[in-house]
Write a protein that binds this ligand. Structure first.
Ligand code: NAP
Length: 499
């Protein structure tokens, strides 16, 4: 058999096992009989850690199927899905490596960058990550109960997450109630007094980090009008012709919202609007200012910056001037960051990524990575897709070239399942997850929503494993309630399964 054919057979026989770091997803790809003379026991076995887009796109490419939804990947004949397992706690990466020929780490960015300014711990100050988790129904954020009793909210950072949060704070309740927002967040937002949201960036209009689709959604949000400082856009129109196309289109839209005279229809919308949003540029947070009782946020002190350099790499430098903005809600949205998963895996703490070359983890044979943990929390979903396909290609090339040793027989899921059982961990299969999904959908239907998410991991597990008694202990020991199901059920990762 030619090398190419041999490699192809190996690929077609590939078995994959996918798990998630703190969350738990384990997907196993079973060999397809009849494609190779090798026995299933000797086919390559790969484990993917992470059940979000990066994990699923990596899996999708590895099974080499023309499939376009994550659900189809999870149901693929060579793939199985296991939730409720925390890698680094329930099972170590080294144990996965013993059981599999290769392990791909695709566990995303669970942490967030902090501002590191005084007052960050005052009531009324939240990280965007927690706030998003709250309205998206992540069990660990369900008790957040943000105080929305103020009129002005300040969001720090001008990326897509900042715009998501701004939109959520300002959306009419009639729109929100048709989405899968949790009922408790909907109730809180319906009572919200927030009428004005300022989205603050340390650099200028040419450096906003959001993308055009998200900005357009903000601009078109019913019941709102833009509230910008025209002076901050001086000289921007003149730079348009020198900009690359995506930045040019984004800036044109920004200018349209900020300084162009609106047409009749738009003018009418703005006149009727009861809520406002706007960007503020060249401002870096210095301190969250406390209320007189020193308990909650009452404002934010910002350093006024000027720019040095050109284009995207332009730097913000403090002018020495400061400005105070009154606000009762501060949401820090300055980016997510990946966390180390296991002492056995190299981690670059400065860049908050796993050091890698084209997805191969440096100095660790058989270990790969994809998605945010590989390149940092940047880009849109298509970026993660391409990045994950690249890692899958790298892995397949290594099998083809023989640099990834797949000659030994590995126990695969049997080995890991035995370890998990011994440790009292009960993985959740994809069909278990589907039970949770259909129950959430059913509950949503009764309220005219796509779904009503469950916020309690115990309830999810009970729903998924109807044979388990409700008092079963496997749900609560080892802190596993924060595990895989968190993203498997109502969380962001699981929603991605629908995409
Ligand atoms: P992001 O895109 O990296 O934006 C972070 C923002 O925070 C930037 O404006 C950045 O300004 C600012 N910032 C960073 N450090 C700061 C500091 N120390 N002080 C003040 N400002 C600071 O992060 P994100 O909004 O969290 O989004 C994460 C990723 O998710 C992005 O790739 C985003 O596109 C993606 N996402 C996509 C969608 C979607 O596709 N719909 C939705 C949500 C999120 P500088 O530019 O000056 O650094």
């Amino acid at each position: 058999m030619s090398t190419h054919k041999a490699a192809l057979c190996k690929v077609q026989m590939l078995k994959l096992f996918l798990t998630s770091a703190r969350c738990v997803r384990i997907t196993r790809f079973h060999g397809v009989c009849g494609l190779s003379t090798s026995t299933p026991a000797s086919s390559p076995k790969v484990c993917i850690v992470g059940g979000g887009p990066a994990g699923f796109y990596t899996a999708q490419h590895l099974v080499k199927n023309v499939i376009n939804t994550f659900t189809q990947t999870a149901q693929h004949a060579r793939c199985s899905f296991h939730g409720n397992v925390r890698v680094g706690k329930d099972v170590t990466v080294e144990e996965l490596q013993e059981a599999y020929h290769a392990v791909v780490l695709s566990y995303g960015a669970e942490g967030n960058r902090t501002m590191g300014v005084p007052g960050e711990d005052l009531a009324g100050v939240y990280s965007a990550k927690d706030f998003v988790g709250w309205y998206n129904g992540l069990p660990r954020n369900r008790e957040l109960r943000p105080d929305l009793s103020c009129e002005t909210a300040v969001i720090l950072g001008q990326g897509n997450v900042a715009l998501d949060v701004a939109r959520m704070l300002l959306s009419p309740v009639d729109i929100l109630k048709k989405t899968d927002i949790t009922q408790h967040a909907l109730d809180a937002l319906a009572e919200s007094s927030v009428r004005r949201v300022l989205i603050v960036g340390r650099r200028g209009p040419l450096q906003v980090a959001c993308t055009i689709k998200e900005l357009r959604e903000m601009v078109n949000l019913p019941g709102t009008r833009p509230e910008m400082e025209a002076s901050e856009f001086e000289g921007i129109a003149e730079t348009l012709k020198s900009l690359a196309r995506p930045r040019k289109r984004l800036t044109e839209l920004l200018l349209k919202a900020a300084i162009e005279t609106p047409g009749e229809e738009e003018l009418e919308k703005r006149n009727r609007a009861e809520r406002a949003w706007g960007f503020r540029f060249l401002r870096r947070p210095l301190e969250v200012l406390p209320s007189t009782d020193l308990i909650r946020a009452a404002g934010i002190r910002l350093a006024v910056n000027r720019l040095e350099g050109d284009g995207e790499g332009v730097r913000a430098v403090a002018t020495g001037e400061v400005e105070d903005v009154e606000c009762g809600l501060v949401i820090s949205s300055i980016g997510y960051k990946s966390l180390p998963i296991d002492p056995a895996v190299p981690f670059d703490t400065r860049k908050a990524i796993i050091p890698n070359t084209m997805g191969r983890v440096q100095q660790t044979a058989g270990l790969y990575c994809s998605g945010w943990v590989k390149r940092g929390p940047t880009g849109v979903i298509a970026t993660t897709m391409n990045d994950s396909f690249d890692t899958a290609r790298t892995l397949l090339q290594d099998i083809g070239k023989g640099t990834l040793d797949v000659s030994t027989v590995k126990p695969g899921s049997q080995g890991v399942s035995a370890l998990l059982e011994k440790r009292g961990v009960k993985p959740v299969s994809f069909s278990d997850w589907e039970k949770i999904d259909s129950e959430e959908t059913r509950r949503g239907e009764t309220r005219g929503k796509p779904r009503e998410k469950m916020l309690d991991v115990g309830e999810m597990l009970q729903q998924s494993c109807d044979f388990l008694p409700s008092s079963t202990v496997i749900l609560t020991n080892h802190g596993r309630e924060r595990g895989l199901l968190e993203s498997c059920g109502p969380g962001a990762s699981c929603r991605n399964l629908q995409s």
